[in-house]
Design a binder for this molecule. Structure first.
Ligand code: HEC
Length: 141
């Protein structure tokens, strides 16, 4: 009885949290994606990664979030958020098959990594990753 009371007491704030106004949530997502877009240009990620499906030195980064990829050891993995973070901060940990180990490891603060991941996610169309909730789109370059 007592534990049920605590459980109810604890679950309420998280429910309220989920009911955050949609406009507020949207705005911060747009800002995050915009920041990622900016970083992608500033850090010159585009010199190795197109956002239009064309392979350069590295794979294109559009339409990849949430989809499967084959790694150099033939493992098939889903490119989820953790995968993306590691791909940026410690690329040698899992190398995409068919590409060289040429990407530098980026030492970035968590906010910048999150922004880059959000940007890459925003480049993924619903057709490519049907289970992914859609993200604001700010541009492809
Ligand atoms: C010198 C070229 C180069 C630069 C600059 C570079 N990358 Fe890469 N990147 C690669 C290569 C090559 C791979 C494939 C091998 C691997 O998995 O590391 C890759 C892989 C990736 C992957 C995984 C792609 C996939 O298909 O799973 C992501 C995500 C990524 N890079 C993001 C970035 C971001 C963000 C930046 C800028 C902060 C960046 N890269 C800068 C060369 C580069």
């Amino acid at each position: 009885m007592l534990s049920a009371f605590f459980w109810l007491g604890c679950s309420k704030p998280s429910q309220e949290h989920e009911k955050k106004p949609v406009a507020e949530a949207r705005l911060s997502q747009v800002e995050l994606v915009e920041k990622g877009h900016r970083l992608h240009r500033q850090l010159n990620c585009g010199s190795c990664h197109s956002t239009t499906g064309v392979s350069l030195v590295g794979p294109a980064v559009n339409d990849i979030y949430g989809t499967e990829v084959t790694l150099i050891d033939r493992a098939r993995v889903v490119r989820d958020e953790e995968y993306m973070k590691l791909a940026i901060t410690d690329p040698a940990r899992h190398l995409v098959a068919g590409f060289g180990n040429t990407m530098p490891a980026y030492r970035l603060d968590d906010g910048s990594v999150d922004a880059l991941v959000a940007y890459i996610r925003s480049l993924t169309r619903q057709e490519a990753s049907p289970h992914l909730p859609s993200m604001p789109h700010v541009g492809n370059e």
